[in-house]
Design a protein around this ligand. Structure first.
Ligand SMILES: Nc1ncnc2c1ncn2[C@@H]1O[C@H](COP(=O)(O)OP(=O)(O)O)[C@@H](O)[C@H]1O
Ligand SMILES: [Mg+2]
Length: 176
């Protein structure tokens, strides 16, 4: 199991980038009433066939075929299922991929969230051409950040300009 939930989010988003996604939507929600923590990542990357979608969820697939790949998806799925949650992966060639994982908030093995602010900032800085939208909902209250909207306001100033990043960092600190 990975030490932090944010490491899983990073890994899943890295897959979207590798799949040439131009848009990545990340939904994170914490619901005390239902005692659930949920994460959904939706991308418009190249997608996978049904067969591939099944195989990438299998931790033994990678070793059997000897391919040099990580275990990002099986690990994420494993953590969710181990922590009393659910997991699904939906994908379509040429359309994109959607990955969902939930975790029981009261599960003693639930890894800590980690630094969500830095996770989001690193994604934005390292992939300025990708449009990210973040939705963070805690007990019904939603915070959103959409880099496409921010880019429109910035005009010719790049989104990974140091001053923009510092501003985004403060904005995230105030809202997360
Ligand atoms: N969002 C995605 N879009 C298209 N293909 C994906 C996506 N996520 C994962 N894949 C495919 O599943 C494989 C396994 O992903 P993962 O378990 O994270 O290991 P790794 O990224 O190290 O290969 C990837 O190599 C890729 O072929
Ligand atoms: Mg991966």
């Amino acid at each position: 199991m990975m030490a932090e939930i944010c490491a899983h989010i990073m890994d899943i988003v890295a897959n979207s980038i590798t799949a040439e996604a131009k848009k990545v939507d990340i939904f994170i929600a914490q619901d005390k009433k239902r005692a659930l923590f949920t994460i959904k990542v939706v991308d418009d990357g190249k997608g996978m066939t049904e067969e591939m979608s099944k195989k990438v969820q299998d931790p033994f697939f990678s070793t059997k075929t000897g391919r040099k790949v990580g275990l990002g998806i099986p690990l994420f799925k494993g953590t969710a299922e181990h922590c009393g949650g659910d997991f699904y992966l939906k994908s379509k060639i040429g359309e994109g991929t959607e990955i969902f994982a939930s975790f029981a908030l009261n599960n003693p093995d639930l890894p800590p969230l980690g630094n969500l602010k830095d996770t989001i900032l690193v994604m934005i800085v390292s992939n300025p051409e990708v449009n990210f939208s973040f939705s963070y909902t805690i007990n019904g209250k939603e915070f959103t950040l959409d880099t496409k909207e921010i880019k429109a306001q910035l005009g010719s100033v790049p989104i990974n300009h140091p001053e923009v990043i510092s501003f985004l960092g403060k904005y995230l600190d105030e809202n997360l």
